[in-house]
Design a protein around this ligand. Sequence first.
Ligand SMILES: *[C@@H]1O[C@H](CO)[C@@H](O)[C@H](O)[C@H]1NC(C)=O
Length: 328
Amino acid sequence: MAALPVLALLVLLCWGGPHAAGQKRKEMVLSEKVNQLMEWTSKRPVIRMNGDKFRRFVKAPPRNYSVIVMFTALQPHRQCVVCKQADEEYQILANSWRYSSAFTNKIFFAMVDFDEGSDVFQMLNMNSAPTFINFPAKGKPKRGDTYELQVRGFAAEQLARWVADRTDVNIRVIRPPNYAGPLMLGLLLAVISGLVYLRGSNLDFLYNKTGWAFVALCFVLAMTSGQMWNHIRGPPYAHKNPHTGQMSYIHGSSQAQFVAETHIVLLFNGGVTLGMVFLHEAATSDMDVGKRKIMCIAGIGLVVLFFSWLLSVFRSKYHGYPYSFLMS
Ligand SMILES: *[C@@H]1O[C@H](CO)[C@@H](O)[C@H](O)[C@H]1NC(C)=O
């Protein structure tokens, strides 16, 4: 009868022993991994990973941390302009987190370059860069764990919003100061005060309708061409296909645009406006007939040019072309 508790104890020891030992080993591996990641992060906010490091720290359990990984191609011979711009934003994001007072070991930022870890690209069946993926602490990445770069752009603020969405870690993006805005404002004030000075106390130019119309028009053109969207989403200037060397200035999707594209739109919108002004002047001004005829033809030309251009852009944007440019 006394043998039964002893037997039970033996069974418990045999089962629980290895289990507890395994648990302990796991715990040790985990704390070793976390320590190593913390050490790397203290040196560089974005940890560079090759295939081996990626498999050990991102893929393999045990993990109690999320890793955001940027898959990219930064080597000059890849000529991935977008990758460089995305990298700058990603560094700003990782730096903001690294020096934040809320910094914890819950989340790490890493990157895999195509030329250092092409095996990882193959393993994940990835054929475009840059790509951002969140590897959550538990389980595999789901659909939303791949950042929608084409839709959201790669501004650090957008990335931070996505990170907050996926990991509950809120990062306040802190950018190195940008003096362009204050500089422009100062320039504008200098020009205005210069004008006031030159005109003495005569402020009649403030009542100049054409002047105000011109300023308003500049504002409207800037806004309708999508400068605000650029400011918020931070798209690249243009895109060069490394295989054909061909430059694209118009984004292939109707969901996004390049900076160059907005300049082109600005130019054509300005052109059609000028065309309308010409047509109006040709019809109503009291200049001689020859000049008015020339204005009329120029006006019609500009308007026709605008609409034929519009048609071709619509065709290319709604037809769509692949965005991927690695290994394809
Ligand atoms: C993850 O586990 C390690 C080791 O036990 C621990 O040091 C670390 O604080 C844990 N991280 C989180 C976010 O709980």
